[in-house]
Design a protein around this ligand. Structure first.
Ligand SMILES: [Zn+2]
Ligand SMILES: [Zn+2]
Length: 387
């Protein structure tokens, strides 16, 4: 029988998730009906929720799990404290598990929250039982074991969870004179909403949405989920370019985590923000567009099928050529850089020549980028013809 082969239930986690969920579902509305909530109560809820959420997305996820940027110790301390309040395990456990998720994505035995095991499992089921894929193994996180704040939080995790779950709500209650309201809203409801919004990234963001960059894993881009997850809904992008500090790469993408990291860089709290070059992103988009166009053409029965297939063949050759040119220009760029470092002359003539060469190479890069943008548009037109 299947239930007998399942690992044992982890009682503490199960009780925590179930009891907080029940209080949020029954206790909170009941109090609202009987006593009513004040505006201050809801403001407190939003503030503590935001601090929790961003500590997970900007701190646990993009900073510690992916090293997408570097941060000042004061910011890391805030992330460690409010991340503990989110009650999703210590940074060390969370980030090393998440690195395994990326490395073995969708693998039933090695991805701790493999989407191939279903929506429930990837959302919360994986935390309720003692599954082998979730066994603690920090061998992929030596960098985190050298981080004093990470290790301090790991050693004092339980105490920090209790303090950081109660203290902000209690402080708000004392200030406003309504402790019960804040314990319910900034305490319990905030914890439940914070839990499930993060869990959506492992569950729904692997099931629901589009795959513009890769179809080699289940991760999806989903604008609606981005709204609920502080910008983490662009999960297809994230799985192919995991070290980018952004998840939503366009200015109109809702990614408050990216905005926080960028804004903090202006006052020196973050630095070394990693960003994938536009060309690589376009290369991924075009690769997917060619793949899909080929698949559609195989099923296409229109009279102009031969013509469209010749068009696609021509476009593909051009794509290969653009990639070759890009590599060649890249090589020239590296050579020029190496030479200018080697020469290091103070000669003005040489500096001007270097600057001229760099400007020429840059404009060639831009031309190639433009060529790819145009190709994306042409393939988009082809897609509508094949629809
Ligand atoms: Zn994922
Ligand atoms: Zn990730």
């Amino acid at each position: 029988m299947q239930s007998q082969s399942k690992p044992p239930l982890l009682m503490m986690q199960t009780i925590l998730f179930a009891s907080t969920f029940l209080i949020a579902l029954i206790g909170v509305p009941l109090y609202g009906i009987l006593e009513g909530f004040t505006l201050a109560g809801w403001i407190g809820f939003v503030l503590v929720l935001g601090a929790n959420g961003m500590s997970i997305t900007a701190g646990y996820h993009r900073l510690w799990a992916h090293n997408a940027y570097k941060a000042h110790w004061s910011l890391r301390l805030l992330f460690a404290l409010f991340g503990a309040a989110a009650t999703q395990n210590s940074i060390l456990v969370w980030a090393s598990g998440h690195r395994r998720h990326h490395r073995h994505v969708d693998d039933i035995d090695h991805d701790p929250y493999s989407a191939k095991r279903g929506l429930w499992f990837s959302h919360i089921g994986w935390m309720l039982r003692d599954y082998p894929a979730s066994a603690e193994d920090f061998s992929n996180a030596p960098d985190l074991q050298r981080d004093k704040i990470v290790m301090w939080q790991h050693r004092n995790y339980l105490a920090l969870v209790i303090i950081m779950n109660v203290l902000p709500a209690l402080a708000l209650g004392v200030i406003t004179g309504n402790i019960v309201e804040h314990l319910l809203l900034a305490g319990v409801l905030r914890l439940v909403v914070s839990h499930h919004s993060t869990f959506f990234i492992n569950s729904l963001a692997h099931f629901w949405g589009r795959r513009p960059y890769t179809d080699e894993n289940t991760a999806r881009d989903n604008d609606f989920l981005a709204l609920l997850t502080y910008g983490e809904g662009y999960h297809n992008y994230h799985h192919i370019f995991q070290n980018d500090y952004r998840n939503g790469i366009r200015w109109w993408h809702y990614d408050p985590t990216k905005w926080l990291i960028k804004t903090a860089s202006w006052i020196g709290l973050t630095w070394d923000l990693k960003k994938v070059p536009d060309f690589k992103i376009q290369r991924a988009v075009l690769t997917m567009k060619f793949k899909r166009a080929e698949q559609r053409l195989l099923e296409y029965k229109g009279a102009n099928a031969l013509h469209l297939s010749e068009f696609l063949e021509k476009e593909y050759l051009q794509f290969r050529k653009t990639l070759q040119d890009w590599n060649a220009v890249g090589q020239e760029w590296m050579d020029a850089k190496r030479q200018s470092i080697a020469e290091q002359t103070e000669c003005l003539q040489q500096n001007l020549a270097d600057a001229w060469e760099h400007a020429t190479l840059r404009s060639r890069f831009q031309e190639l980028e433009y060529a790819m943008k145009m190709q994306i548009q042409r393939l988009e037109t082809l897609r509508t013809q094949l629809a």
